[in-house]
Each structure stands twice: as C-alpha cells, then as structure tokens.
Design a protein around this ligand. Structure first.
Ligand code: WTA
Length: 645
C-alpha cells in the first residue's frame, strides 16, 4: 500500500489557504501540548460569548465525562444569525434548491433572523421552555433549519428524525426523549416522488399521548388529516407571531440537540451534544477543512436528519456567516447531471458529499459530468464511509478536473465534527485515506489487548483525550455511554472503527469492527434489522450481516430460519422486506434474504457472525476455525442453501 499515489497541495492553493503545512504542524503541536490555551484562543476567535467560561476543559474517560468551557454562556442561534446582521444582514445565508430544477429560493441573514424568531415565539406560546425536547421530522426545506435554530434560540433541545424513517421509528424516538412538540410538513418531495410526512406523523403520534403540538409546514398542499387543538399550520402561526425573540443565554454545557444513531446492540441511542464545544468545533472545522472564505458558496448534500446535516449544513456554516446551499432532491433527478447543473447554476465553490453518491454517479459515466462547466469548484469533500481509491480518482479527475483537492473527512455522530481529515492547503492527499488528525485530536490504534500500537500498523481506532464536540451522554442512559464507548479500552474513547496507520502517519479507516452496518453512508445496527425480521410470525430466527456492495458500500444480507413446518416463498420474502421498511424505513430494505435451515452457533449459543459474513461475501475458502461450532455441518448447509436467495 505504500505505493499509493500522493497528490501534493495544488500550486497556489496553500498561499490563499487559511492553514498551510507549517501552520498545521505548529497549531497541531500547540493544540496537544497546551490544549487549554489553544482552545481558549479558538473559543474567543470563533464564538461570541455572553459570559466567559471558568474552565476550558475537564474530562474523565473512565467515567465517560467531559465538560468544555464550563461556566461560559452563549446562544447558538445568536452566534449563527444575530451577530452577522450588522455586517451581512443582506447577504444570503441559505440557498435552497428544490427537487425540481426550476424551484429555488435565497434567504438572507435578516430573513433567517425573522423566520427563526417568529417560529421561536410560536414554540414559546405553545409552552416550550428551556430544556424541553422538540422533535423535527422534515423534508430538506429551509424551515428545517429554522426549526433547529428556533429551538436553539429558546434553549429547547431538538431531536431531528430523518424524514425517511417510518412512523414506528419516529414514535420510538419521540417517546425515548419525551418530546411534547413535533415540527413536520404535509409532504416531502424527493426525486419526483412525495413522502407523506404528516400522515406518517399522525400514525406515530397515535401512540404519543403527551405530544400536544404538531406544527405543520405546507410544502406541497397535499391533503392531510387534521387534529384540532394539536395541529397548527406553520404559515398561519408564524404570520401571527412577533418577529423578535430574545435569545436564551445558555450554559456552554446545556444540551443543544439529541440525535439518534445505531449501535451494535439494542435500539438506536440518543446521542446528546451540548452548546459551546459543539459549536466551536463545527465552526472551526467548517472554516479550516473546507478552507471557507467569505462569500464562498458551499454545498453539503447531506440530509439534516443526519449529523452531517446538523454540523455542516446548519451549525458550522452559519456560525461562520457562510452561504450554505440546501438541496431537497437526489443526485440523479431529473438526470445524472443534477449536481453539476446545481454547481453551475449557483456558482458553487465547495462540494461535500458521500462516497455512495460518487459511486452511483460514476456508474452513469463521464458524460453527465463533462457536459457541465464546474469552473466555480475549488474544493471537494467526502464523508460517511471509506471511499475506494477508484471512486476517489474519478471524483478528482472527472468532477474536479484534477484541480480541486478532496477532503476525506472521518468522523461520527458521536464526535460531532471532523476528527481525521486533510486540510486542503496543508495536507498532501492519498486516495482512500482520511489522512491526519484535526487540531486537538489524539488518535491511537489499539491492539486486541488494549495496548497502543506505535508507528505503522493496524488496530482499533480510539481517541485518547476529549475534544470540544464530543458526545456528552446517551440521553437518559449514561451507563450506556460508558458501556458503548469507554469500556472496551478503559481510559480511551473507542470509535467502533478499525484503521491502519502508514509510514507517513496517515490513517486509513478499514470500516466498523462491531455489528454496525454502513449502507449508503447510513448507519444501521444489525440487531435493529434482526428485530424487525423476527416480528414476523413465521420467522424463528434471523441474523443480519453486511456484504460488499458496489454502490452502497455495504448491502444488507439476512439469514432467516423459518418456524418448523413453514415453507419459504417469494411472497414471504416480500413480507419480510415490508416488515423492515415498516419498522425502520426504506433505508433498511434487505438486499438479500437467504433461507437458512440453521445458523452457525457456538456451544453457548452465540451466533458466529464471522462465518455468516464470509458466506455472504462469497469468501468460502477461508472460513476460519469452525471447530467450536455446536454443529459444524450447519456451515455446509448454509453454503448449499445460498441457492435459496
Ligand atoms: C464511517 C457520519 C471512512 C465510520 C459522519 C464511522 C467513515 C461512521 C468516514 C460514522 C470516512 C464516516 N472514511 N469511514 N471519511 N466518515 N465513516 O455516525 O465507520 O453516521 O464510524 O457519522 O461512518 O457514521 P455516522
């Protein structure tokens, strides 16, 4: 692998960049050697505080505790909007590009202020107070950002639920953190299709008796059911509300939001982020990783339902007074040129997307790309899963005309912001590597016994010391935080990823080492899909693993054992697929269901997933030691029964 090509910082890029190689080296050293001084300077430079903090950082990785800027006070909405008004009230804050190419809008900082204040007042009138939880289940429209910022303004804690999740999944998330208000839309629109958000919400809310207010944005005007008293039209409510709303001064450690994410066991957990440290790291990474300069038009294609949308569509960019583009549609609608058409239409300089989208577009050939100009582009980025070098090279050569650096950013819902990433004016790139740590981040590779690996090598990726935007707790279950992230390797934050470090100190993420799938950049627990499958009365047992998939990165492979006497059929397969979609959402649609007469188990009854993964990936030569299985013949049956899929 040492033969992997290296792409130096392009000629002229370092000179105009915020950070060049020498600055990266010096600042990184300082961030590790003198973290308190370093972060105090950054907190002063990037954020506006109502009250200065008493203590920059305190943490104890044995207890999973971290506090940043304790005693400091600030408001996130103030930092993302109000403080920009004097200088750039009339500058565009959000460019919205609708699903149809003819549909777009621009919202200035002043208009953003107006919209956010009004919605914040609506929430206050409906009784929402500091610390209350508000659920947001929205399509990609500016009102989604207004909703997040309105919560932040009054100190309410938002929990955004991806609009592709099912009513069942929405219900679980509303109940878990006891949301009393939901903000949604009549329907979403994506790729020419509508998504019945209000209808889904109604089904979820039937099981949420404490939820008293449902604010509904009219996106399409499609027919919706209405519950008087509970349901409120957004348009009417904000028109009647006052256009000014004093921001609540929040403690740096007050919660900002909860975002549910999948782990290897059980139901998704509510990752909780707080105010000061989160905003600092997202603002700082947005500026340095994307080398953002005033006036640049920046486009992150993520959905606000995921952490990337939180940190790099809304909070990081707006904290920097940036112009952030929000896209309602999909990269292939109406044609495979859509992304590049949007780049040309709005003059986008910075484009940030997921490898799965790059692979899908690459599959459509070069023509849809080369038929567009893309002259405005100066930087490309990727996030969410490892990018294979072929896709990287195509992105670099065809999309970026071999002119734009690519920042491959490794991070997680739990890390809040970028952790391993190139800085485009400082870092020579290697296709497929997330390269080096961001300021203040101390990555280590641990062997199976928890010992740190020095120099080049492979191991479990862990982080040695707290960073500002670190997860603070799992909502309502701090022990789960400790068990999940701080127990496997005491004293470290364990990421769940494996990685390799090369002779230049560059990190190469090899993927999850736990039972978490990454399907098209979406995180999903195998246990969640298994629970959905076994809900079917004809299913005795199910085991789910990931397998390599050309476009999605990983596909969902399900082994299903039926109750005795039941016969497999295509119809039953369809029912099981429907079960997963109903329980989780379309993103959990199994790619392959294999009827398995039995599952490989140890004598103590534990399913040996290693074997299931190999069979799913067709790697039959090297199944490893099967002698500890209770019944080794199960493996042959599994291999034979691959025909039944
Ligand atoms: C994976 C998304 C390789 C990784 C921001 C991580 C990546 C999980 C990269 C987090 C990358 C994210 N290279 N793998 N650049 N970025 N991952 O919480 O396995 O949805 O643990 O956060 O995605 O997914 P999450």
């Amino acid at each position: 692998m040492s033969a992997s090509p290296t792409y130096p910082v392009p000629e002229g890029f370092a000179e105009q960049a915020h950070i060049d190689a020498a600055a990266y080296e010096a600042l990184y050293q300082r961030s590790i050697a003198e973290p308190e001084a370093f972060w105090a300077e950054q907190a002063d430079a990037f954020l506006t505080w109502d009250t200065r903090w008493d203590k920059v950082r305190e943490f104890d990785f044995h207890k999973g505790s971290a506090r940043w800027f304790a005693g400091g006070k600030l408001n996130v909405a103030y930092n993302c909007i109000d403080r920009h008004l004097a200088r750039r009230g009339d500058q565009v804050a959000i460019i919205w590009e609708g699903d149809e190419p003819t549909d777009d809008r621009s919202i200035t900082y002043r208009e953003l202020h107006d919209a956010v204040c009004r919605l914040a007042n609506v929430l206050r009138e409906r009784g929402v107070k500091k610390g209350d939880r508000v659920c947001i289940y929205m399509p990609m429209i500016p009102e989604a950002a207004y909703a997040m910022l309105a919560c932040a303004r009054i100190g309410a804690v938002h929990s955004v639920v991806f609009g592709g999740f099912s009513p069942e999944a929405l219900k679980d998330r509303i109940l878990d953190c006891d949301c009393q208000v939901l903000i949604t839309a009549d329907e979403g629109v994506r790729g020419g299709k509508t998504i019945p958000l209000k209808h889904n919400a109604d089904r979820a809310l039937a099981a949420c008796p404490d939820l008293h207010t449902c604010v509904v944005v009219k996106r399409t005007g499609g027919a919706v059911e209405w519950q008087e008293g509970r349901d409120v039209w957004y348009g009417e409510a904000v028109a009647a509300a006052a256009a000014d709303c004093a921001p609540e001064s929040m403690d740096a450690e007050d919660p900002l939001f909860i975002l549910y994410t999948s782990g290897s066991t059980g139901k998704p957990k509510g990752v909780l982020h707080t105010t000061g440290g989160y905003l600092l790291q997202t603002a700082m990474t947005h500026k340095y990783v994307f080398d953002y300069h005033d006036g640049d038009i920046y486009w992150c294609t993520a959905d606000v339902g995921w952490v990337t949308g939180h940190s790099y569509i809304v909070y990081g960019p707006l904290a920097n007074g940036a112009i952030t583009l929000m896209f309602e549609g999909v990269p292939t609608y109406p044609t495979a040129s859509r992304c590049w058409d949007v780049v040309d239409k709005h003059g986008v300089q910075i484009f940030y997307t997921a490898p799965t989208a790059i692979r899908a577009l690459m599959g459509a050939g070069d023509e849809p790309v080369t038929g567009t100009s893309r002259q405005s582009l100066k930087l490309l980025g990727t996030v969410g899963e490892p990018i294979n070098p072929e896709a990287w090279e195509w992105y670099y050569r065809v999309v970026g005309d071999s002119r734009c650096p690519i920042v491959d950013t490794w991070w997680q819902t739990e890390t809040g912001g970028h952790m391993l990433t190139p800085l485009p004016g400082a870092t020579a790139l290697k296709p497929g590597s997330a390269t080096l740590p961001f300021f203040g981040v101390e990555p280590v590779l641990l062997d199976a016994d928890g010992a740190e690996i020095e120099g080049p090598g492979s191991g479990n990726l862990a982080i040695k010391a707290s960073w500002p935007s670190q997860i603070r707790t799992v909502y309502g279950d701090h022990q789960r935080l400790v068990d999940t992230y701080f127990s496997a390797f005491p004293g470290y934050y364990f990421t769940g990823d494996g990685a390799r470090r090369d002779e230049d100190g560059y990190y190469w993420i090899t993927g999850r080492v736990d039972d978490v799938l990454n399907v098209s950049g979406h995180r999903m627990g195998t246990a969640e899909v298994e629970s959905a499958l076994v809900l079917h009365e004809k299913v005795a047992e199910a085991a789910v693993v990931g397998y390599p998939h050309d476009i999605k990165g990983q596909g969902i492979y399900c082994y299903v054992t039926l109750m005795s006497g039941e016969t497999p059929s295509d119809e039953l397969k369809q029912e099981l697929v429907g079960m997963c979609v109903r329980e989780i959402g379309p993103i959990a649609k199994p790619d392959i269901i294999q009827w398995a007469p039995g599952l490989p188990k140890t004598r103590s009854g534990k399913i040996m997933r290693r074997i299931l993964r190999k069979v799913a990936a067709n790697e039959l030569e090297n199944l490893g030691d099967t002698s500890t299985l209770a019944d080794p013949s199960v493996v042959d049956q599994l291999i034979d029964s691959r025909a039944n899929r």
